[in-house]
Design a protein around this ligand. Structure first.
Ligand code: C5P
Length: 228
């Protein structure tokens, strides 16, 4: 019996490149499912913190990743993220949790523990997946692969404006420094380093609006025959 092949669009790139927003809008436009893979690393990080697990011990973090009790509840505004039934939608977006996420993400055992969970998002009519290794490791057979970048200054500026809008204190210089350090860790780790997948379209969003970037994704989908 032949199985129906579910189409996938992958959007990989560094923090602040806009991939989360663009993936969400593209998925909405297509009426497809969405995988925010970064959220799984962030949830693993938060669960370690909540349970007092030492993030320096790979096997301990692996156990947490394997037994993550999470739910993604789609809402009109945003997808609600529940960890052990608690709403952590906002908490997982903090800089602190993002930092810990990039630490636990270097462990092979943790990445393996999260692998199937990510592939399970691939359901009809299709999936838009965003992260670091969606096109290289998780969905190598994806129909469309995008690698979205932006200069570190522009990415820091976007994050700065976001924080300000939330009434939070932020220093642009510190954000540039933190993003550069995170890029370095994500790009130079041994397993699943951040890099464009073979055949990926590299899109620099530094001087682009969100709408323009979404249009590019949809145009690629059209070219690949995914839209009727
Ligand atoms: O994309 P986001 O900022 O939410 O990801 C948080 C961290 O999780 C990243 O800095 C990266 O280290 C890790 N990550 C990863 N692979 C993914 C998605 C995120 O290693 N597919």
């Amino acid at each position: 019996m032949s199985q129906v092949r579910v189409p996938v669009i992958t959007i990989d790139g560094p923090s602040g490149s806009g991939k989360g927003t663009i993936a969400k809008l593209a998925a909405e436009n297509l009426g497809w499912h969405l995988l925010d893979s970064g959220a799984l690393y962030r949830l693993t990080a938060l669960a370690c913190q909540r349970h007092g697990v030492d993030t320096q011990v790979e096997s301990a973090v692996e156990r947490v990743a394997k037994h993550l009790d999470v739910q993604f509840v789609p809402n009109e505004e945003e997808t609600q993220v529940l960890l052990e039934s608690e709403d952590v939608t906002k908490v997982i977006r903090t800089e602190e949790v993002g930092e810990i996420a990039s630490v636990v993400a270097v462990y092979t055992a943790v990445r393996e523990a999260l692998l199937q969970r990510q592939r399970d998002f691939r359901e009809m009519p299709g999936l838009v997946a965003d992260g670091r290794d969606m096109g290289t490791g998780i969905f190598p057979d994806a129909d469309v692969k995008i690698f979205l970048t932006a200069s570190v200054e522009e990415r820091a500026r976007r994050r700065y404006l976001q924080l300000k809008a939330q009434g939070k204190d932020a220093s642009l210089a510190e954000l540039v420094e933190a993003l550069a350090a995170r890029d370095e860790r994500d790009a130079n780790r041994e397993i699943a380093p951040l890099r464009p997948a073979n055949g990926a379209l590299v899109v620099d969003s530094t001087h682009m609006s969100i709408t323009q970037a979404v249009e590019i994704v949809l145009e690629e989908a059209r070219k690949a025959g995914l839209l009727v």
